[in-house]
Design a protein around this ligand. Structure first.
Ligand code: DMJ
Length: 649
């Protein structure tokens, strides 16, 4: 126990004495204590103090930088005012979608081992401490939905691999390749509540990045090969540049548009001895030029459209009037592929919007007459099943061939799309087109529509001689958008319901992959007790930067205003940036959407990435329904908007 006198002494000494005396006392007392210490103790204290001083000096600039980083200069009434701001969570490189810094090896070792199943989901479960792989696989969608509901959580934290241009595309082992892949130093968070402005800017950034590569390594050529920093030729007509014209206009990238326009006016010539594919050059070149003419009003594009349209016409000189697949636009000759006299059904029935519009603009009826004849013939043909068409048609006989195989994927897809869109383009008067469309949809429901297991995803499979196959191409993902468009134009409301179900399925084709990017083809599981809905065969694991899912998300958002469609699109855009962006410019198709460590670049940027995919992303995130109004325009199958004809025509 302390004695009362001691207490008083302390009290008197400290409170009763003046400042000076108090300090002096403390100085004396300290000195006394210092003297009482051993030499070793004194040295230790001196060393510690010196060490602290050195550390303080060394960290001073970092600390001041940090605090400088917390402030921005804002202009207020012409005066500069310092304002404290909280820095954003993401690093600058993420925000701008710029190439990220390679991850140091030590960080790499810290990462959890690679797991199969939706990566976002894995992270959620790991956070919750229930990270069992089996649980993830058992019910990924329900788990994902549950996790999405949890407030404040940051789901979908995924890994990524920005591709370096000098990375080998073939020949190297996965190990070698892994060493060359730059892995981002940071994981991305959920941006789902960022303002739309940022998302629109992200699309413009993506376009600029793609354009940079094209401009530097492939200017005026058909396609960029971003890894080898070179180009590929298909028709030798500047395919990417033409496909991208109206995208630049819509994204308001005027500088880029002007330099491309100069190329069109000074360099583009169709007077070339080259074989082109009728369908591809119609939807990409003719469609691109026509829509750019409509958006800009510049007659240059109409002149060019008329030139290419006229040069493609020899394709229709066949015994049946069903066009050949290939035309030599310099010589004016046409022919089928070497191995067959068949054409693809989707190809001959998905050139109508463009040729019909060319006739309307030029008052030359020959273009429209040629393509209308094809539709009239196909309308009457034998060999359909409940409105579904086979994939091939013979240019001599005019009959379907390879009967009994039905798909909404490759070789048949846009037949269905153009039935509806021609009906819309022509002011909803051509009832045969509508009848064929409605009948075909009934055929889809009856023959191709099934549910997957375990999550009951609605999907569109294929039929081969009465045998159902649960195979679905990514190409089929145009269907939700087309169904929604039909419902918007007055077709039955259950089309919209089906559109929503299929939209979810197409999104899951992305979300259930390790990279968050869809493969080219999936197979759905239908037997009870399946662990996951989607299986992917080894040969089907590639992603070509295709647009169909983003396209449908755009339609679904426009008509429902349900924000989840935008959030899904945002996720997909980020994954394109993560796994397909090439540091030196451009984006590349990849071979393996199931391997986030090494997605294996294919070294090709398809023209539709600029023509379609990025355009639909932009329209999805835009709040302006008049930016290509769906009451005034109909998009061709390459995302080139063409006007809906005024009702008098
Ligand atoms: C595009 O050229 C068109 O969308 C076409 O209808 C289908 N294939 C590609 C995109 O995937």
């Amino acid at each position: 126990m302390h004695s009362p006198s001691r207490k008083e002494f302390v009290s008197l000494t400290f409170t009763g004495s003046g400042n000076y005396n108090n300090k002096q006392w403390r100085r004396q007392s300290c000195w006394r204590k210092w003297k009482q210490l051993s030499r070793l103790q004194r040295n230790l204290i001196l060393f510690t103090v010196a060490l602290m001083l050195v550390c303080g000096i060394a960290t001073y600039p970092t600390v001041t930088e940090h605090f400088r980083g917390l402030t921005v200069v804002v202009k207020e009434d012409e005066g500069h005012v310092l304002k404290l701001v909280i820095p954003e969570v993401l690093p600058e490189s993420d925000k701008q979608n710029q190439p990220l810094v390679p991850e140091p090896p030590s960080e790499k070792q810290k990462r959890p081992p690679h797991k199969r199943g939706p990566p976002g989901l894995q992270n959620r479960l790991q956070k919750k401490g229930t990270g069992s792989d089996i649980q993830v696989k058992e019910n990924p969608i329900q788990e994902a939905k549950k996790a999405d509901k949890e407030k404040g959580e940051k789901p979908l934290v995924k890994r990524g691999a920005l591709i370096e241009a000098d990375q080998a595309t073939e020949g190297g082992t996965a190990k070698e390749a892994e060493n060359k892949v730059a892995v981002p130093a940071v994981e991305q968070g959920d941006h789902s509540h960022e303002p739309e402005f940022d998302r629109l800017e992200a699309v413009r950034d993506a376009f600029r990045h793609a354009w940079k590569g094209y401009k530097e390594f492939a200017w005026g050529q058909d396609e960029l090969r971003p890894i080898s920093k070179s180009y590929g030729e298909w028709f030798g007509l500047g395919l990417t540049l033409i496909d991208a014209l109206d995208t630049m206009w819509i994204l308001n990238l005027r500088e880029e548009f002007e330099e491309a326009k100069t190329w069109v006016s000074t360099e583009l010539s169709f007077n070339k001895n080259v074989d082109v594919n009728l369908f591809e050059s119609t939807i990409r070149i003719l469609g691109g030029l026509l829509s750019t003419y409509h958006l800009t009003g510049d007659a240059l594009f109409l002149d060019k459209a008329k030139d290419i349209g006229t040069r493609l016409m020899p394709a229709f000189n066949t015994p049946s009037k069903i066009p050949y697949s290939d035309v030599n636009i310099g010589k004016g000759t046409a022919h089928p592929p070497r191995w067959t006299s068949d054409s693809t059904v989707a190809e001959v029935t998905s050139i109508q919007l463009e040729f019909r519009e060319l006739s309307r603009l030029t008052q030359d009826t020959r273009y429209r007459a040629a393509v209308d004849k094809v539709m009239q013939k196909v309308h009457k043909l034998e060999g359909k099943q409940d409105g579904l068409v086979p994939m091939f048609i013979n240019t001599n006989s005019g009959q379907f061939t390879h009967l009994g195989v039905f798909t909404l994927g490759a070789r048949a897809d846009s037949y269905y799309e153009y039935l509806l869109k021609q009906w819309i383009q022509g002011g909803q008067k051509e009832t045969e087109l509508l009848e064929d469309y409605l009948q075909a949809l009934e055929g889809v429901k009856k023959n191709l529509l099934k549910k997957s297991s375990p999550n009951s995803l609605t999907f569109v499979g294929e039929l081969s001689h009465g045998q159902f196959s649960p195979k679905m191409d990514h190409l089929v993902c145009f269907l939700p958008g087309t169904l929604a468009l039909g419902a918007h134009h007055g077709l039955p409301a259950d089309h919209m319901e089906l559109a929503k179900q299929l939209m979810e399925t197409c999104y899951q084709m992305y979300a259930q992959m390790e990279t968050g990017l869809s493969p080219e083809i999936v197979h759905f599981n239908m037997h009870e007790g399946s662990i996951r809905d989607v299986d992917v065969k080894l040969a089907d694991r590639h992603n070509l930067l295709r647009p169909e899912t983003v396209e449908s998300l755009f339609y679904l958002y426009r008509f429902t205003k349900d924000r989840k469609y935008r959030d899904w699109g945002w996720e997909i855009l980020q994954n394109f940036n993560k796994y397909t962006k090439v540091s030196t410019g451009g984006y590349t198709s990849i071979n393996n959407v199931r391997d986030p460590e090494y997605p294996s670049p294919r070294d090709k940027m398809e023209s539709f990435f600029l023509g379609e995919t990025l355009k639909y992303f932009y329209l999805l995130f835009s709040d302006d329904p008049e930016l290509v109004s769906l009451d005034k325009y109909v998009f061709n199958t390459e995302a080139h908007p063409l006007p809906i004809w005024p009702s008098a025509e």
